[in-house]
Every structure is written in C-alpha cells, then in structure tokens.
Design a protein around this ligand. Structure first.
Ligand code: T1G
Length: 688
C-alpha cells in the first residue's frame, strides 16, 4: 500500500509511503482518491496527510513521464481533496516538491517543520506544474511570488513560505500541530480553489518575461509557465487547470523535457556503478591535500565542508601562507553568500591543519595531490606520501592531463593510485572525474566514489588518456574554434554562435577566464608527439607572445579595460588575417549555424572516439561530464544525448563533408560509423 489511512477520534491520518522520496505514481494517486472517499464516508473532522521517511513528497513520479498518463490523474485527485467537505491538513517534513507541493496547496491548511522545503521545480525537468500549481499558488501567495517560484523552480524554506502566505504555521511537530488545530478555525478556512485569482499585472509579467528571456534563454518551460499563469488569472479555476494540463502534457513529451529527465536520472545513476558500491569512504575521517593553490584550497574546502579533518601540506612557509589565504578567501566568500554561518566557518577551521611535515599525513585514509602540473613534482610528492601514509590509504592525483599510469609506475604499490580530477572552483563545480589507471584497485576506485558522494559531486569514471574525458573534448572544441577563427571568423562571432546554442559563454571568453597559458603549456607538452600531418593553428601561440593571457592580464581574446566588461580587440582579429595570409588561406565568412555545426560535430566525433576507446564507459557519462563540467546546456541533455537527437547517420554524413576539407581533423570516429551501420544510438553504444 503506497497510501495508508487510519482514524482516531474522528481524525483521519493519511500517509504517503513510496520510499525513498514518496514520488507520486499511479498507486499513490489511486490511494489518495480512495482516502478522500474514505474520509467522507467516515464523516471525519479532518484528515492529516504526511509522508514516510521524513519526506512529504518529491513530486510526480518522473519515471512515468515517458508513458501515457495513467488514471486517476493528479489534478482530479487534488480537486477531490480541495473540494471535499472534510478539510485536509498537510503536515510537511523534508520536501514538498512539484506534485507534493500541489497536494499541499489543495489541502485546507499547511504546516511545515522548520527545516522543510516547498517548491515547484518542474521547469528544471522541462515541464510546468501539471496539477493545479499555476492556479493555486498565485491564489495563495500573490502573482509576483508565484511567478518567481514557478518560473525559476527554486524551493523555499518554511519561514519564507509562512511569510509568503503559502503555509499557515511552522511547527517542530507538524502532525501534532495539525491535530491541535481548532475545528472551528479550520472550518473557516476557504478551500484554495475558491480564492480569487490575483489581479492581472501587465508590467510585472512583462518584466518577468524579459528576465526569463535573458536568464533561461532557449528553455521553453519557464516562458510557457509564465503564459499559463497569466492566462489562468482571467479564467474560472477549472478552466485554468485545463489549460495548464494541456501545456504540461505537451511539454512533457517534448525534446527539452526528455533531455532534462535524461540528465536527472543519469546523474543519480552515476553515484556508484555496481562494482564500486558500498565503498569504505564513510570511514574516511582524515584527508590530506598536497598543495594549497587555487585547486588545492578548493579541494580542501570541499573536504572540510563534508565534515572531514583535512591536512594541507605545502613545501615551505610561503606556501603555507598562500594556502591559508586561499582557504580564508573561500570561507569569507561562503560566509558572505550566507552558505555557512560563523559557527560553521569556525568548525571548518577547527578541522584544518596546515603543515610542511609529511608526517602529519600518517593517519590519513586518502591523500590528494594538487600540486604544479609537472611530472617530476608529482613523482616526488607521491613518493613522500606513500612513505608515510598507512598502507591501505588511497593516493590520488588531481592532474588535468598528466599520465596517471606513469605516476603509478614509480610507486611500490601502484594499485592505490587513482586520479580525482576536480574542476575549478573545486568546492563548487559538481563534476569529479575518477581516473582509473591500469593498476588502480577496485577498492581505491570505490573509495573515490564514496568520497564523491560525501562531497556531493557527480562522479564519472575515466580511463587514462591526454585530458581524460572532459579536457580531451574541450581541446578538440577549442581546436575547431581556432580553425574557424583562422579560416574566417572572429572570437566574438564564435562565442556568439555558441551562446546562441545555449552555453553561458563561448570558448574564447571562457578561456580568458581560465587563462590562455594553461592550454599553451599543454600544446608545448604535446608538441614532441603531435601528428605532423595534423593542421596546427598558431594564433593562440601568438597571443602568448603578445602577453595576452586573458582576464589576469586585462587582455586575452578580448580586452578588459576595467569595470568587468569585455571589449572586442581588433588586434586579435587581425592576427587571424595575418596568419591566414602567411598560410595562403582564402578566408570564409562562416554563419553562426556553420560555426555551431563545426564546433559541436568536432566534440561529438572526439567523444565517440573516447567512448570507442573505453576512456568513458557510456554516452550518458559523457553527457554528465559535458553538462556538469563544461557548461553544455543541460536542457539539451548533454553532448551525446544531443547527438542522438541529430541522428548518428546525419552526423556521419556531415562529418564526411568536412573530412573532404581536412581528412585528418575530421576523420570520422569508427564508433559513429558502426552505430550508423547498425542503426544503433550512441546511448546504446558501449566501448569496444
Ligand atoms: N520521480 C521519480 N524518482 C525520483 C524523483 C521523482 N520526482 N525524485 C527523486 N527520485 C528518485 C531518484 O531518481 C533516486 O533514485 C531517489 O529518488 C533518491 O533521489 C505533477 C509534473 C527530492 C530533493 O523535480 O529534487 O511533480 O537513484 O538521489 O539527493 O506538477 O530527488 O535511488 O534509484 O535525488 O536526497 C517535480 C526531483 C517532479 C524533485 C531528494 N519534482 N527530486 O534528493 O535523493 S514533476 C522534482 C529531487 C511534478 C507535478 C509535476 C531530489 C530530492 P535512485 P536523490 P536526494
């Protein structure tokens, strides 16, 4: 039974029981409808509804969205609750999200526990509230708050919900409080559906539309939600519900909702693949981070925020000071943004040790080196760690590019070394590439997954190659961008094209942020082994010669004259014209669509090779890497989900056209050819 009910002294208790999050599937809807009829037959004074496991309900069961909706449909169930002569009280603990919040809003009264959260996050799944949320919420909290909550999809806490008029009270024990509610007082509360809709406010709606067009560019659901809310203001309640339902059902089967559901479930499925479940990471109490630079400090802070004791090792006093300053900046920023309070900041500091003595690592269960990207430095640090750490402690390197197999080869026990590739800022970015070297043990990898879970990261297993999964795709993306730039465009035309695709910023603005010197160092490292037949674009090297390293030198691909803005730099555009002249290239004026096609096809082709080689385990993993590490638009489902939406055969045909231009750079991945030949999607493909 996913809905249980019993009564005591004419009070009904209805409990939703579908662990772990009380998702509202068909059985729950059926049970709730039966509960309404039961309460009315029993002529109860009230019904108190709650959820098991400290959760009210996380919303409709998104696993049902790919199939036709099954009766009873949630709107009808909630209308039965709202219109019943037996008043329902929602006793909310944990979360009441989506359909869970809609159940609560159909109740006559809502009481939340202090730590509980309530919201309508449907737009994050590419849909809109589909069970009365767009009609009931404005009636309860007014137009402005309802528009903000529904179109941005962000849940709110109990106090905010109470202040907004969404709930009636915040109580430590909501069920007890619901039991104590005075019957007369309860009887005086108007059913939600009988509330008047707020007045139409054209200015407010216009401002909201402009904001969504800027902040949620390309996404259908937020703007559609705004339209439905607005239309509902001038419709009778049940007509408003009908138009909401039509919009919900139409969005639910659309490409953006499918893409967002794909990422939602892929992210959860990535937590720990079968061989690595049940890791020992819960036993990790003490972690060591070697290197207190930007990355090391971010990693150390992430570990502190997860409650671990952290020892940061540096080479000397100056390094220690730098580490202290970097950690201090992160703590200050977290305090300033209200992410932690002073007590939490003090607690973090109490568990942090800074030292130049490797002996301090003697009790650690894991050590992560985040030192300078130089193989000799890595060898030295890992050797010193191996000498002092307990034999069962795991060693990890945060290297972005260097060969983890080469690092392991120098260790007495290479099985204990893995890569833990964090992304800057390491305490914020969700992606964590867990790099499996040839000799990495399952136990070491499992600890990596366990650590990812404790840090709230999205873990993706990667094999060893230059750039693993994400940086290897990024390198190909930038190479394609530089080629388009060299052959006819400008950095700003390329960036504009990719922002139009859905990136928050294009590859050139992004590189100005991280610094052009990082990619330059990698090009120098790769030079001895570079394919002499592969076209090389020299523009980025010219930028280094000109001292244009990006924001940190106030000039990179753009100029940064101060004040935060960026300015197109004609000197940079001229570099391409000059280099093209030397190379006797007649330049082409690429359209935005041609730029997007080339850059996205380049990434898809590279990703297919990565999957073919087994560096990535699945297309879904590549989707997680591109979305959580590199800003690929989430509402497109990630790089490979998007590729499947284009169709592998189409991709192969387009690549073959480009291969006529440059057969080396555009060599079609064998995986794409085999999928096209077999009529297989990339989602179904597995490494050879
Ligand atoms: N449907 C189906 N499964 C769900 C689910 C959902 N809505 N939410 C979570 N799960 C599964 C999840 O896949 C995982 O499964 C397990 O529960 C634990 O989740 C009509 C149409 C509630 C904050 O968008 O935000 O209502 O991997 O790992 O970190 O208008 O889950 O264990 O097999 O995330 O503690 C709107 C989505 C739906 C909320 C808990 N609701 N969920 O986080 O656990 S649309 C949402 C969450 C809707 C109505 C519309 C989070 C959480 P497995 P978890 P968590």
């Amino acid at each position: 039974m996913q809905v249980t009910m019993h009564s005591e002294d004419h009070i009904g208790y209805v409990t939703v029981s579908n662990p772990p999050v009380n998702a509202i599937g068909q059985a729950v809807r059926q049970g709730l409808l039966e509960a309404v009829r039961w309460a009315e037959r029993s002529r109860l004074d009230r019904v108190i509804i709650c959820g098991v496991g400290g959760v009210f309900a996380a919303g409709a069961d998104a696993k049902e969205f790919d199939a036709p909706p099954l009766e009873p449909h949630l709107p009808e169930v909630l209308n039965a609750i709202d219109e019943s002569f037996v008043p329902w009280i929602a006793a909310i603990e944990g979360v009441a999200l989506g359909g869970g919040a809609e159940i609560a809003m159909a109740c006559r009264m809502r009481i939340m526990a202090p730590g509980a959260r309530i919201g309508l996050p449907e737009v994050t799944l590419g849909v809109i509230p589909g069970a009365g949320g767009t009609a009931r919420l404005p009636r309860l909290v007014g137009l402005q708050k309802a528009v903000e909550m529904i179109t941005m999809g962000k849940p709110i806490g109990a106090q905010e919900a109470c202040s907004a008029g969404l709930i009636h009270a915040v109580e430590e024990d909501p069920i007890e409080a619901a039991f104590l509610v005075n019957s007369e007082a309860l009887g005086c509360i108007v059913p939600t559906w009988e509330y008047h809709a707020p007045a139409h406010d054209p200015d407010l709606l216009h401002m909201a539309r402009k904001k969504l067009q800027a902040k949620m560019a390309g996404q259908e659901a937020p703007l559609r939600a705004l339209e439905v809310i607005e239309a509902g203001l001038s419709l009778p309640f049940h007509d408003a519900l009908a138009q909401e339902r039509r919009a919900f059902l139409q969005l639910k089967t659309g490409p953006q909702a499918k893409a967002l559901r794909h990422i939602f479930f892929a992210q959860r499925a990535a937590k720990a693949p079968e061989p690595f479940k049940g890791s020992s990471a819960s036993e990790v109490q003490h972690a060591v981070v070697v290197g207190g630079g930007t990355m090391g400090a971010g990693i150390a802070y992430a570990l502190l925020a997860a409650g671990l004791h952290v020892t940061i090792l540096e080479a000397d006093a100056a390094g220690l000071q730098r580490a202290e300053d970097n950690i201090g900046k992160i703590i200050a920023a977290s305090l300033q943004r209200g992410m932690i309070d002073a007590a939490r900041a003090a607690d973090h500091r109490s568990r942090m040790t800074l030292s130049t003595q490797y002996g301090q690592a003697a009790t650690a269960q894991v050590a992560i080196e985040a030192a300078f990207e130089d193989m000799a430095v890595k060898h030295d640090i890992l050797a010193k760690l191996e000498a002092v750490l307990p034999a069962d402690a795991v060693l990890a390197t945060n290297t972005s590019y260097l060969d983890v197999n080469e690092m392991a080869a120098r260790l007495m026990d290479p099985s204990r070394l893995i890569g833990l590739h964090f992304f800057a800022p390491a305490h914020i970015m969700k992606l964590l590439e867990i790099v499996r070297a040839e000799k990495s043990s399952d136990r070491a990898i499992a600890l990596g997954y366990g650590l990812a879970k404790r840090l709230g990261k999205v873990p993706v297993l990667a094999g060893v190659c230059d750039g693993f999964i994400g940086n290897r795709i990024l390198a190909r993306y930038r190479e394609a961008a530089d080629t388009v730039f060299m052959d006819g465009s400008t950095p700003w035309e390329v960036d504009e094209a990719m922002v139009e695709f859905g990136y928050a910023m294009g590859p050139y603005e992004a590189q100005d942020l991280s610094g052009l010197d990082i990619a330059h160092a990698n090009r120098q490292r790769q030079a001895p082994t570079r394919d002499p037949n592969r076209r090389y674009i020299p523009i980025a090297d010219r930028m280094i010669e000109l001292g244009k390293l990006g924001r940190k030198t106030s000039a990179g691909w753009y100029r940064y004259p101060g004040g935060g803005g960026k300015v197109e730099d004609p000197i940079v555009a001229d570099l391409a014209i000059e280099e093209a002249h030397f190379a006797k290239i007649s330049r082409t004026d690429y359209s935005g669509q041609e730029i997007r096609q080339r850059l996205v096809l380049a990434m898809i082709n590279e990703a297919a090779d990565i999957l073919h080689a087994g560096i990535a385990q699945s297309a879904s993993d590549i989707d997680l890497v591109t979305v959580f590490g590199y800003g690929f638009p989430r509402w497109r489902g990630g790089l490979m989900h998007y590729a499947d939406s284009l169709g592998v055969e189409t991709i192969v045909a387009q690549l073959e056209v480009l291969a006529q231009e440059d057969p080396v750079a555009w060599k079609v991945s064998p995986l794409l050819r085999s999928c096209a030949k077999a009529g297989q999607s990339l989602a179904e493909a597995r490494p050879k």
